[in-house]
Write a protein that binds this ligand. Sequence first.
Ligand code: NAD
Length: 234
Amino acid sequence: MAPQTGTPIRVAVAGAAGRMGETVCRAIDGAADMELVARADPALGLSLRQALADGRPDVLVDFTIPSTAVANAHEAVAAGVHVVIGTTGFAPDALDDLRGAGANVFVAPNFAIGAVLMMQFAATAAKHMHSAEIIELHHDEKLDRPSGTAARTAALMRAATSERGGDDAEIPIHSVRLPGLVAHQEVILGDLGQTLTIRHDSIDRVSFMPGVLLAVRRVGSLSRSPMFGLEQLL
Ligand code: NAD
């Protein structure tokens, strides 16, 4: 539940042995107003149930796999623990039944400020330019495709297009998976005699950490839950 002012926010991390989970654990360790109280990950032999019981966290941060993030959120909320989800690849309506539950859930497909701006610029551009396609590029061990960021960008662009009375045709998404990549996206818009390219690159996973820490600080006081998108907190 919400910690008292001056008391560090007690945080547990699910997926703690993963690429993102390890980075999140380091970021929480380095945040003066947070305490890392538990890690959960089958790769470490540490279950979420144990982490919730032993760590008594205020907030669970989940960077796991699509098939498990929703169940983890339900388990945490049932224990009265707020949840910040960075895992992608599950249907957004999978969390609908947590609306009005005692603890809050915040979800963002991308916690990097540059990616949030890229999505907003792309939505603005979609109001004015006729056609667009998205190329998302990620490391070759990413499980889902298209990426959550690309799916959300397309949804925001389609909403902006229909605001100006345009058609709501699907925006094609091309997925590239290669070793050496982290998380990158290009939105290319085309119109008569011109193109506009908007590109964002996360070249290091630390790019996501300020957004994750912001969500940890704010998840206990959301105006509604579940809440989607880092832009809601900016
Ligand atoms: P990863 O494969 O390196 O790590 C996933 C970890 O989850 C593994 O260590 C695995 O053992 C663990 N895990 C599996 N089931 C679990 C369970 N039931 N409980 C606890 N842990 C469990 O993957 P990654 O690169 O760290 O990415 C994790 C997720 O984060 C992916 O869905 C990815 O798309 C997403 N992601 C989101 C953002 C964002 O800004 N929102 C940024 C990067 C990655």
